[in-house]
Structures are given as C-alpha cells and as structure tokens.
Design a protein around this ligand. Structure first.
Ligand code: LMR
Length: 396
C-alpha cells in the first residue's frame, strides 16, 4: 500500500523551521514561523500563564474527559474576550462556543460545519492569505476562491479590488477575513471598511468566518476586536475561529475555539449540536490544560491585568523592532522605501522581497523567511538586526 506514495512537499512555514534547526550556522536567523521572541531570542512562558499553572497544579483533581465542547468557563471567557462582556449578542444567547485545538483545529471544525452541515460550497480568501488556509478549507470540502487584498504598488490595502472581486460571490458563500494583524501582510481594514464588508455580506447573503489569531497584537485587546464586533452586530450569522497560541504564548498547548453566532438562541442551539457531532467524529473532545490556563487567567482580575500588560509588552517590542529595522535599512544606504513596514500590524511584514531573494537570504546568509517574502518581525532582536540588514542589503 505504501510503496507508491510520493514524498509530500515541505510545509512552507513549518518546513522552514525544520530546515532552520538542521542549519549548522551559528549566526542563522529564523524569521519564518510566527512565534514571538523576546530580546534574548527566547519564546518565554508568560508570567500570567506560569502563575495559572502553579494554581492549577494544586486545584486539578481529575484528568477525566471534558465534554465535547470543552471547559464551560473557558467558552464563557472566550465569548467575553471576543465580543465584550456587555455584548447584546451574549445577552441574547446567540453565541455558541466550542473549545478546539488551536487556530487550525478551530478553522477546520468551522469549515467542516459550514460545508457538511450548513451546505456552503465556496469560501473566499484574501490574496495573499495564510499559507495553511487553502489546505484546511479544501480538506473540509470547500472550494477556495480568492479576492484582491494587497496592493503591491502602495504596499497597502486594495479595498476597491476586494469589493469588486466579491461581486462574484453568491448567497451562501463564506467570506474568510482576518480579524486583525492580517497574515501575511499586516494590513488591516479600518472601521469604515469593516462596515462596508458587513453591508456587503448582508446584501449578498455571505457568511463571514473570522480567523482571529492575533487579538492584542495590533492596538489592544478590545481595540483589535472592533471589526469583529461591528460585523457580528450587523449580521444574523457569523463564525469565528480564534487562537491563543500567540497572545497567551500557548503555542504547543493547541488552544483555540470555534464560535458560531446564530440569528436566535433556538437556531444556534440546533446548529451547535451539529458542531459537537462533528467534533466527536474528529477528536472526540479537546485536551484540558490550555483551556484551564486561559479560563483561570480570564476569571481572575489580577492575572487578567498581568496578561494585558504582557500582551502590551510583546506588541510594543515588535513595533519597536519595526522602527529600528526601517531606520537601519536606511542607515545601511538602501534607498528602496521600506517605511510601509512601520504601518503594518502584528507579527508579520510583507517585505516585497522576491522568491529568489528569499532563497539567497537562506542559502548565503542563513536568514529564513517565508517564500512569499513574509518576515516575522517578532523574531527580530537588537542582536540579530545588523546581520539581518546586511543580508538584505546584499540580496537587494
Ligand atoms: C504562522 O503563520 O507562521 C503561524 O500561524 C504558525 C503556523 O502554524 O503557520
């Protein structure tokens, strides 16, 4: 059975990490995968997480199965974080949340539900989008179409192109949007544009699916949810796949959630029963640890405040790296304008480097970035900055 199987290509993001680990050069730099690094080049366990884990060690009395939808207190905390604790959507019991394994697991459950239960056939994703999106959606049976997003000339948003392309979308299609910190471009919609997207979805009968993996990395926890909240208030049906890999640094705990917003509680409860049925057939019920950490923190005012300050620290360090990177590129005598990097949000910068330049950076300088030219600014430090700038200067 196995003898004729072809080798699968390396994953464009995680495959780079494998190549990076195998690279013997001591001055190598990994700006591929979106993982936060502190100034010492480490991905620390947050203090809020450590304190929650210490408390949990004492409190946990059983490792028995969770329910299919996970830890109930976690689901409530997720909903308050996404929509605000005073949200009318929560008061009207229109939101149903299942804990799921990370952003990918949450997206996959959402996509399975949209295709197998709700009958959606097509999903529209931005061009470009996260390298894993197509694989997830196609595996769930959805056809993937793309809409314009990035304007190469201005290194900004092509909103007119986005709206024009979505003219071809049909009622019942799904519109995948990035809640904030668009991956890979770092370019987000403003509130007027979110409003226009909500109106477009309403007029055309599209269901938005939010991929929300970077809450807190653009402007702040509540500020970054403004687009989601606006769209969710306007529309009868919305889905959200959120992840706590980045903002809680819980990468290897695989903790996220899939939320559905229905037009009323009764419809939502029926739809959610199908989400649970799907989960039962994929991984039965989720692992507990990540959810217990997040719900412990979000149900403790002091730990929540500490977590907010830790997210702000990560956000500010990345922003500082953006500023230093742009100014060092200028100081190095590179006359190409890279100032757009300072206007992008989140972990990533869409640099405009070509696939050939990306390959040369890896082969000749030990600098790893994704083939699309996406750089993880979160991996820059004061100590690797000069080597990075020298490498980029050489390939330009
Ligand atoms: C990324 O985009 O680098 C991260 O979301 C990690 C991943 O799984 O690809």
């Amino acid at each position: 059975l196995f003898s004729a199987i072809e080798q699968a290509p390396a994953d464009p993001i995680l495959g780079l990490t494998e190549a990076f680990k195998a690279d013997p050069r001591s001055n190598k730099i990994n700006l591929g995968v979106g993982i936060y690094k502190n100034e010492a080049g480490q991905t620390p366990v947050l203090d809020s997480v450590k304190r929650a884990e210490t408390a949990l060690l004492e409190q946990v009395t059983s490792k028995s199965y969770l329910g299919i939808e996970g830890v109930p207190a976690y689901a409530k905390a997720v909903q308050a974080l996404l929509f605000g604790s005073e949200s009318a959507l929560l008061k009207d019991n229109r939101v149903f949340t299942a804990q799921a394994p990370g952003g990918t697991g949450s997206l996959r459950v959402a996509a399975e539900f949209l295709n197998k239960v709700a009958g959606a056939n097509k999903i529209w994703v931005s061009n470009p989008t996260w390298a894993n999106h197509s694989a997830i959606f196609q595996a769930a049976g959805l056809e993937v179409a793309s809409y314009s997003y990035y304007d190469k000339a201005s290194h900004g948003l092509n909103f007119d192109g986005m709206v024009a392309d979505l003219e071809a979308a049909k009622a019942g299609d799904v519109l995948l949007v990035h809640g904030c910190c668009h991956n890979p471009t770092g370019i987000d919609l403003n509130l007027d544009q979110w409003k226009a997207v909500a109106e477009l979805c309403l007029a055309k009968g599209l269901v938005p699916l939010f991929d929300f993996a970077y809450q807190g990395f653009a402007k702040g926890i509540d500020e970054d949810a403004a687009g989601l909240r606006l769209v969710a208030e306007h529309l009868p049906e919305v889905m959200v796949a959120n992840s706590f890999s980045k903002n809680f640094g819980l990468y290897n705990e695989r903790i996220g959630a899939v939320s559905l917003i229905a037009s009323n509680q009764e419809e939502g409860a029926r739809a959610f029963s199908q989400v649970k049925r799907l989960i039962r057939g994929i991984y039965s019920n989720p692992p507990a640890h990540g959810a217990l950490i997040v719900s412990h923190i979000l149900n403790d005012a002091e730990l929540t405040a500490l977590w907010h300050s830790e997210v702000a620290e990560m956000r500010d360090r990345i922003q500082q790296m953006r500023t230093i990177f742009v100014s060092k590129l200028g100081e190095a005598g590179i006359d190409q304008d890279f100032s757009f990097i300072e206007r992008q949000n989140g972990m990533f910068s869409f640099s405009g480097l070509t696939p050939e330049q990306v390959a040369q950076l890896k082969d000749e300088h030990g600098i790893y970035i994704v083939g699309s030219g996406r750089i993880s600014v979160a991996g820059m430090t004061l100590s690797n900055m000069d080597n990075l700038v020298a490498g980029i200067k050489a390939v330009l």
